[in-house]
Design a protein around this ligand. Structure first.
Ligand code: HEC
Length: 144
């Protein structure tokens, strides 16, 4: 307030067009205000995070072309999901470790050369996605 009064008298004394200066200052201020990016809203509450919605193992198996070589019950290029699940005794954690490249093949080690490039491709998937695939395959023990 004191500053504004001082400014007013200063302008009068110098015969400066105070209105113009005030308008100019206002436009500068508004410009600055609009160019400063708005702070993103802080997410303190995200309801979608509270729902556990794991990726679908079946969808991932189809998307990643596993079914080109694997059939639920029949042998194609690779062993059936059923054969794999039985060999792994339904242990999805062990299948997951194999998909992560952390354990050696136990179903048909002699044919691993066909599966090896797939393991490399699976690097692009998240841990959760690989877990979902492993869970999906592990369940085939039940059907037979
Ligand atoms: C090019 C053909 C091919 C594709 C595509 C393929 N597999 Fe295989 N897979 C094989 C063959 C052959 C074997 C047998 C060799 C072996 O046991 O590692 C095998 C074995 C496996 C095994 C058993 C591993 C073990 O312990 O022996 C799992 C699990 C498996 N595949 C999962 C997958 C998944 C998941 C995908 C898709 C992301 C996939 N495969 C795609 C050919 C393929």
């Amino acid at each position: 307030m004191v500053f504004m009064l001082f400014f007013y008298y200063f302008c009068r004394a110098k015969k400066l067009p105070m209105k113009k200066i005030v308008l100019l200052l206002l436009t500068i201020l508004l410009n600055v205000a609009f160019t400063i990016p708005a702070k993103p809203l802080q997410q303190t509450h995200n309801p979608t995070n509270e729902i556990d919605d794991p990726p679908s193992g079946k969808a991932l198996v189809l998307k990643n072309a596993c079914t080109l070589c694997h059939h639920p019950e029949k042998r194609i290029v690779g062993p059936s999901f059923n054969t794999i699940a039985v060999k792994y005794q339904g242990n999805s954690t062990k299948i997951f470790e194999f998909l992560e490249g952390k354990s050696n093949p136990i179903v048909e080690p002699e044919a691993y050369q066909y599966m090896e490039p797939v393991i490399k491709h699976l690097d692009k998937l998240t841990k959760r996605e690989k877990e979902a695939i492993a869970k999906y395959i592990s369940r085939f023990t039940i059907s037979n």
